[in-house]
Design a protein around this ligand. Structure first.
Ligand SMILES: Cc1ncc(C[n+]2csc(CCOP(=O)(O)OP(=O)(O)O)c2C)c(N)n1
Length: 343
């Protein structure tokens, strides 16, 4: 029996690849555009640092997954959205919720298990949800939320509301059945969705090269005839521009895009992970690319006075201190049984 040999020339032409010249040139921006992005990234970092401190003090229960180091991805991507658009994310989602407009107070109160949390303190860190801002969660099942996000995009298409859904996940999720199912439906039904892989290079302690036969996750788009893009995620303006292209495609043509953004988490997978599977040198190397100082320097370069940046930073400090106080002083969540419907 002669077996078919698949060669590059026999595979689907990659006509939907978004062509960009990868170069180190900075994306044009202004203080007016950059300052709010810097403010959001800084607030998320301070919020996460406060969460880590409270967790270590035993004030937050369950798991706690932080995005420290990855802030430019959710902030840049969500800045490309309109208010009516939807965001669906993983258990590493505090920053995504904040960037979509959920305030620091209800996020932190939720982590503390307080009644004033955005899910009344019953969801916790992995289950942030907020109807008012169209932040649709917060999911703990790796990759299980991709079909849910496809469903949200289907609802938009069905209703004709013109909204786009952003779905965030890690590269580890790309090996899960739900990921492929979500992609298949998004492509088949031409759903207005942008699927964003935040490739932070580890799923728990497993590096990409040990979990993926093909490390370029964006290539998965090819089997679905879907547009794709792939780039570094340490420049928040670049993230915003590139995701804006995919959002525009979704909004105007209903075509989905798979986007892979290369990033890095500075801390372990969750608070219980000291991250011993990677070298100090590797972590230090990535810290040199930290999106926050990079963005601060860019603000100075584009003409924002140091005093104005410092005032913005003070403002963030006040906001997060207020959120911590609010969370600490709020009443504990009502008992779960009060929410269980009796049959
Ligand atoms: C279906 C499923 N399998 C396993 C787990 C346990 N788990 C939680 S997070 C995680 C790693 C996922 O890595 P990745 O998708 O790259 O996202 P990251 O945590 O790096 O943001 C695993 C295996 C889970 N929650 N759900």
């Amino acid at each position: 029996m002669v077996r078919a040999v698949v060669t590059a020339s026999m595979t689907t032409p990659d006509s939907k690849r978004v062509e960009h010249h990868e170069h180190q040139e900075l994306v044009d921006t202004t203080p007016e555009e950059l300052a709010p992005l810097y403010r959001q990234m800084l607030a998320i970092r301070r919020l996460e640092e406060a969460s880590a401190k409270a967790y270590s003090a035993g004030k937050i229960g369950g798991f706690l997954h932080l995005i420290i180091g990855q802030e430019a991805v959710c902030v840049g991507a969500i800045a490309a959205l309109e208010k009516k658009d939807y965001v669906v994310a993983t258990y590493r989602e505090h920053g995504h919720a904040y960037a979509k407009g959920v305030a620091a107070r209800p996020i932190l109160a939720e982590l503390y298990g307080k009644k004033t949390g955005c899910v009344k303190g019953l969801g916790g860190s992995m289950h942030i949800f907020d109807k008012a801002t169209n932040f649709l969660g917060g999911y703990g099942i790796v990759g299980g939320h991709v079909p849910i996000a496809a469903g949200a995009a289907f609802a938009s298409k069905y209703r004709g509301d013109g909204a786009v859904t952003l779905c965030f996940f890690g590269e580890g999720a790309s090996t899960i059945g739900g990921f492929t199912e979500g992609l298949a439906l998004a492509a088949l039904w031409k759903l207005p969705i942008v699927l964003i892989c935040e490739n932070n290079q580890y799923s728990m302690g497993t590096p990409v090269y040990r979990s993926l036969a093909v490390e370029d996750v964006s290539l998965r788009a090819l089997g679905h005839g879907m547009a794709r893009d792939r780039f570094d995620g340490d420049d928040v303006v670049k993230v915003k521009r590139r995701i804006a292209e995919a959002v525009e495609r979704a909004r105007t043509t209903g075509e989905p895009t798979l986007v892979e953004v290369i990033t890095y988490r500075f801390r372990g997978h969750s608070m219980s992970d000291p991250g011993l599977y990677r070298t100090k040198d590797e972590v230090e190397e990535w810290k040199r690319r930290d999106p926050l100082p990079r963005c601060r320097q860019r603000l100075l370069d584009v003409g924002m006075p140091e005093a104005e940046i410092a005032a913005l930073e003070d403002d963030v400090k006040t906001e997060i201190e207020d959120a911590v106080k609010f969370a600490e002083e709020s009443p504990a969540a009502d008992e779960y049984k009060k929410y269980v419907v009796k049959e």
